[in-house]
Ligand binder design. Sequence first.
Ligand code: SF4
Length: 92
Amino acid sequence: MDSVGPNKLPNNVPGRYYTTEECDGCAYCASVAPDNFGYEKDSNTYYVSRQPKSPEEEECVREAMDDCPLDAICGDKKTAVREPAPRRTNAA
Ligand code: SF4
């Protein structure tokens, strides 16, 4: 069963980030992550055109998601691409 909500925009590429019908085309996401968001003129909406492929892109997409004024960007934070965490050493 697909866990994606019914209002996911159809142009999003497959992957963990996507935009929804709440998008009003403000273009903020594309200004923050221009390599990852595309514009759909007919509906005046933005969609995820490329899933992030690097920690840098991930950071930009996450920033867009966190600051989208309409919360129209969704993503699975648990599977985000991240820099490897520094190894913890047991000092004891
Ligand atoms: S920031 Fe949000 S509302 Fe604005 S274009 Fe992007 S997805 Fe749409």
